[in-house]
Design a protein around this ligand. Sequence first.
Ligand code: HEC
Length: 99
Amino acid sequence: MRKLLILAGISMFAVQVQAADINAGQRLSASCASCHGQKGISSNPMYPNLAGQKAPYLVKQMRDFKTGKRQDPVMSAMVKSLDEAAMNNIAEYYSQLGK
Ligand code: HEC
């Protein structure tokens, strides 16, 4: 039963983010890899792992860096040029890694 609920959750999630383009996200992630790792797993504890984190969570963090709600000079600079679509694509790419 629990498994079924989880599965239902996952498929609902998939429908919700259908519009995101994982391939575009992967291309954009090239500029993130130096800190967050090639596959979203960082080799330095200074940089959080992005692989397998929920897409809405990742989008929120990127938005917050952009608006200054979450402050980090490095990350603010990194997300500056990303629009909503780009952030969604990147988030979707990282969220499906490590599954
Ligand atoms: C020069 C190193 C560097 C690069 C390049 C970089 N980041 Fe980061 N990133 C960081 C650091 C440092 C933090 C942690 C900031 C903090 O402590 O608040 C972080 C945090 C994050 C977080 C929050 C993760 C969490 O679990 O809270 C996200 C999301 C993120 N980065 C996405 C990206 C994306 C997307 C790119 C590429 C467009 C990128 N980063 C490029 C250094 C980097």
